[in-house]
Design a protein around this ligand. Sequence first.
Ligand code: ADP
Length: 319
Amino acid sequence: MKRIGVLTSGGDAPGMNAAVRAVVRMAVYHHLEVIGVMRGYAGLIEGDFRPLSVSAVGDIIHRGGTVLRTARSEEFMVPQGRRAAMEQMHRADMEGLVVIGGDGSFRGAVHLSHLGMPVVGVPGTIDNDIAGTDFTIGFDTAVNTVVDAINKIRDTATSHERVFLVEVMGRRSGAIALMAGIAGGAESILIPEVPVNLDEVVTKIERGRARGKLHSIILVAEGVGSALEIGKGIERRTGLDTRVTILGHIQRGGTPTAFDRMLASRMGSRAVELLMEGATGQMVGIQAQDIVAVDMEEALKEQKRIDYDIYRLAGILAI
Ligand code: ADP
């Protein structure tokens, strides 16, 4: 193997740059050339390539987003588009590809692997919704961003004796809400995996107030429904003032945490080694602190579950 490509695709996540850097540095260490593919599969189809040297990935380990840019490509969803991508890769003498992205990007990667291109995936998404890995790159940073926001909201919630609802990302997964809810000391955490019980939420608020608690913070994953509506429901039942903060895209940005940089460095490096070992259709994961390789198609078939023990713990600690 002499030359490989690397791309970032789908939703961006903090730590993607650290992963790109690790891919390039590990490849160069093994005397491989690396081609950076711009804008994910869109750039792969167009042949929007640029060589990545050791210095090209300098000064990016701490940057959020992705220097390779990212995109969503409709063209890649159909066989013709993927064949065009294969042609571009052959023309550039690419013998393997590292795909950094989420589950959608991996579905695309599996297709390329079936067409004969060795592909290894690196899970990069703030949602932590990919089976086969305990963590995805960007999740820890997003959780820390949410905790930071909760800390600030707590100050004003206490001063005004208000109920605050904080809506966080997670259409299908309550991972961010759960982790940030525990770390931020939220009273209730509403996630799509568990049916909402507003009575329970209200009971917790009232119990807290009876104990002299001045504020309540309720974390709502966006997949549960509108935090504004839930807030109105709470207002109707308790007569208390509620306020809603929708964190939105700030959760995607920012400098990656040390955890995400470390994870990205280990995963990106391993992806290169796997390609050199002849792997294809594999995804790098972390399981119980160990970097592992799992079959990408198998991982995609599985629905990543939240840890219900942790969910129960959240309920106990917010008693
Ligand atoms: P993410 O990787 O963050 O989940 P998307 O779901 O938007 O993001 O996927 C990124 C890109 O991957 C899509 O724009 C498309 O080009 C490609 N892709 C997604 N699903 C498939 C699929 N089933 N077959 C082929 N390509 C796909």
